[in-house]
Design a protein around this ligand. Sequence first.
Ligand code: ADP
Length: 223
Amino acid sequence: MLELHEVAKHYPGGVTALAGVTVRVDEGELVGIVGPSGSGKSTMLNLAGTLDRPSSGTVRVAGHDVAGLADRELSALRATRIGFVFQQFHLAPAMNALDNVADGLLYTGTPRRHRRRRAAEALEHVGLGHRIRHRPHELSGGERQRVAIARAVVGGPGLLLADEPTGNLDTASGAAVVGLLRQLHADGATVVVITHDRELAAALPRQIAMRDGRVHTDSAVPR
Ligand code: ADP
């Protein structure tokens, strides 16, 4: 599903965010990424999600070498195969939950009517069928994150990438969000989640620990 080979990412000013990362995530895995702030977790997730291109090395998503795709093809790959969830939810404040989720289908060529219907189903699926007309400010943090997850998965992306999805939530809401990620994984999605929460990470089937832009340990790879 996801393959990074010797991936490096440098930023202007001599910053090395990733210093050669080789990781493979198979279809159907549930993986936690841990490590100190600045260790390259978000950079790795953004590269895996094709939001950014590596300075060197190869990134393959669902069999496609990202380097061989034009920007337009990358957008199509993202729209159909990859769902993103971020710590800050990134919902449009003026739109209700239904339209926020329907937006997740904007670049898939789904007609508007069908977008709304599928959005309603996705919200139902995350337990928010009774909140579809609410705008983000009328929802709790946990509910907002569930809307964001519904938007991420409404297109049936197969790969779900989550960057600190519980970082802004209280313990109970965070647990609900983690439960939801587990449910999506059980339904067949491949899930990669960055987390600061050691307990959360320890409960996942596989953990990758980053340090200084490298994979420090990977529970799937014997040392
Ligand atoms: P983490 O997610 O583990 O906190 P990041 O991947 O965000 O780590 O960052 C890794 C390193 O790359 C940090 O030193 C960070 O300051 C740097 N970095 C990340 N994004 C950029 C950017 N757009 N420009 C310059 N430096 C960046």
